[in-house]
Design a protein around this ligand. Sequence first.
Ligand SMILES: *[C@@H]1O[C@H](CO)[C@@H](O)[C@H](O)[C@H]1NC(C)=O
Length: 409
Amino acid sequence: YVLTAVFLVLTGVLDDCLCDIESIDDFNTFKIFPKIQKLQERDYFRYYKVNLKRPCPFWADDGHCSIKDCHVEPCPEVCIRYCTVGKGCLAEQLEAFIDWARYDDSQDHFCELDDERSPDAQYVDLLLNPERYTGYKGPSAWRVWNSIYEENCFKPRSVYRPLNPLAPSRGESFYTWLEGLCLEKRVFYKLISGLHASINLHLCANYLLEETWGKPRWGPNVKEFTRRFDPIETKGEGPRRLKNLYFLYLIELRALSKVAPYFERSVVDLYTGNGHEDAESKALLLEIFRDTKSFHMHFDEKSMFAGDKKGAKSLKEEFRLHFKNISRIMDCVGCDKCRLWGKLQTQGLGTALKILFSEKEIQNLPENSPSKGFQLTRQEIVALVNAFGRLSTSIKELQNFKVLLQQTR
Ligand SMILES: *[C@@H]1O[C@H](CO)[C@@H](O)[C@H](O)[C@H]1NC(C)=O
């Protein structure tokens, strides 16, 4: 009974949102997952430009990890051709980038923008570098998450996180503290916790099971999953974190449904230089938007920042700065592969937040000219779709663990 305990707890209604987990599972499995999977394989979405060489701004780098699986495969020939020599990314940059860059400077970003023109920025083929178990752990990995929770989640030092090894007690006061927070700050914590859960879930689902004659075999590791998420082994933390994963999924889902009008305009093109491909990618993306709209149990962000105007504005600003700082902490992740996916997922979430707080601007976009009030860079679009793709995959993987655990029983 211990093994399936996590799924006994993980059911029903989510806090701060009128949604139930079962409906989200069904919606994701049958509607979203197959389509987003297909979308992520298209050229426009598989090449992500990222600077993995920015130094950590907060503490001295303890050197990059040398574990083989932390390594990021460089862009292969075809990707380089597509991205630099061919018409693909370069043409797009020449036409739109100058305008965008000028515009970007004036926007409220939730993330630290990587300097896309820096010589250190490179295109990465995401399909060649799947997010999976790398063996990266220990003090360096712990420090990153610890500084996120301790220094960036509105948490006073005197309140200890549950399971924090440094906590004098067992961190029981944490949830009392969390419930006492305003909705926005509680949401912030849940988003970070959901992201953390999602990343850990991928590591469990794509674990290095064995390696014979240099040939690795990757797959789900039930023991690792139980260690990280079982309610008894984690003193109830595991299911709570998984609920936060669902919450994060709903937030990003909401952002996708809100940003649809931006992409529905004919002036927006998912440009790779191949007109036929581009039209197909766009059609698929719009189909996903339609699905997100057909799902009725959304998080209602209207209740966020709804206080008096001045208070709401400063709270939103605080929220944004905290989040931006977290995106900078990603430059402190010592394992390149983890850094890549950490940066992509924080940028995706940052883009989702930017969308949610730009509702008015998105509704007032002109049909046939470049948008002044709201703009997304290619990097943001790629991050948004892939980050949501990761969450969709996590929820799918969770279903798979449910089956595996029942079999083990
Ligand atoms: C940003 O994060 C670092 C590292 O956790 C922390 O020391 C710093 O106080 C944070 N800054 C802000 C403005 O939150």
